[in-house]
Design a protein around this ligand. Structure first.
Ligand code: HPA
Ligand code: ZN
Length: 324
């Protein structure tokens, strides 16, 4: 079974590239850039990753990315992750990044884009890994800031596959971002959004109605609203579920309590993803393995989940046909 899960061609649709920053690389970049870290060792960093909820994680996530300053840093961050992903049987990644979090630290969008796009090109040619980029807005920052980032991103629109919405969810509903997502759509860029991770089912509804998203990130709390479940099922809206993330951020207490089996019974279009692999205990393969251990699923279910991800990924139809 383990060899089957490893060799299964998997796509990762929910991955914050900043959340793939392993402590080893964090130290290397801190040394290279002369950035002080509040830790003495890699072990100390890992020991600090004991979260009580999403905000407690986000504090360390935003702190960790302080080592990312140059094009080379963004390139190395992405390449480090792409190599790991490829070694786990990942064939495609829709990676998201948080431009506002870097702009706020004085790192230009040029630096971010050139570093990430360079690594994406290299992944394609050297690892046979296709990639697509999702520009995510921070929902706990003003809407005007999101609008400004979209404006600044104009030179790279052809290389941005979607806009996203992430960061602290509770108290930050999607509705206010409707105009920004509409502006993106008018530029030919579809939307995805985190909803129903810590926030209520209404946030999922709002992401669909107000932002017109074509995928929902997480979405696990939809189960609290049977009408919404029916709608997600009928409209075949993909949910990018991240089981190990949900355990580490205490959305659920343990894997055995995860709602994935119930979501599956409801006939939803599910995908399995890692979210922030460096912080949550593993990549896509580890998430597949954790589901196998907790739910005892057979090969057919994993085949379907992997297929859902390939079908919902931002990739060319030619590439999709070679992978399906
Ligand atoms: N949820 C919301 N925002 C995030 C996450 C997450 O899991 N990871 C990085 N930004
Ligand atoms: Zn996420």
């Amino acid at each position: 079974m383990d060899a089957f899960l490893k060799n299964l061609p998997k796509a990762e649709l929910h991955l914050h590239i900043e959340g793939s920053l392993e402590p080893e690389l964090m130290f290397r970049l801190a040394g290279r850039n002369d950035v002080a870290l509040p830790y003495d060792s890699v072990e100390q960093v890992r020991a600090a990753y004991d979260f009580s909820d999403l905000p407690s994680f986000l504090n360390l996530y935003y702190q960790g990315m302080a080592v990312l300053l140059t094009r080379e840093d963004f390139h190395d961050l992405a390449m480090d992750y792409f190599c790991r992903a490829a070694s786990e049987g990942v064939v495609h990644v829709d990676l998201s990044f948080d431009p506002q979090a870097h702009l706020k630290r004085g790192v230009s969008l040029d630096v971010q884009m050139e570093g990430l796009l360079g690594a994406m090109k290299e992944a394609e040619s050297e690892l046979d890994l296709s990639t697509a980029l999702i520009l995510s807005f921070l929902r706990d920052e003003p809407v005007a800031s999101a609008a400004e980032v979209l404006e600044r991103a104009q030179p790279w629109l052809s290389q941005i596959s979607a806009v996203g919405l992430d960061s602290a969810e509770a108290g930050y509903p999607p509705g206010p971002f409707a105009d920004v997502f509409r502006a993106a759509r008018e530029l030919g860029i579809p939307g995805v959004a985190h909803a129903g991770e810590e926030g209520p089912p209404d946030y999922i509804r709002s992401a669909l109605d107000d932002l017109k998203v074509i995928r929902v990130d997480h979405g696990v709390r939809c189960l609290e609203d049977p009408d919404l479940v029916r709608r997600l099922q009928e409209e075949r809206i993909p949910l990018t579920v991240c089981p190990l993330s949900n355990v580490r951020l205490k959305v659920v207490e343990q894997m055995a309590d995860h709602p994935l089996p119930r979501l599956l019974e409801e006939g939803l279009t599910l995908t399995i993803n890692s979210d922030d692999p460096a912080y949550f205990g593993g990549g896509v393969l580890d998430n597949y393995r954790a589901c196998q251990a907790a739910f005892g699923w057979g090969e057919d279910i994993f085949r379907q989940l992997a297929r859902n991800a390939l079908e919902a990924a931002f990739m060319t139809e030619d590439r999709r046909q070679t992978l399906l």
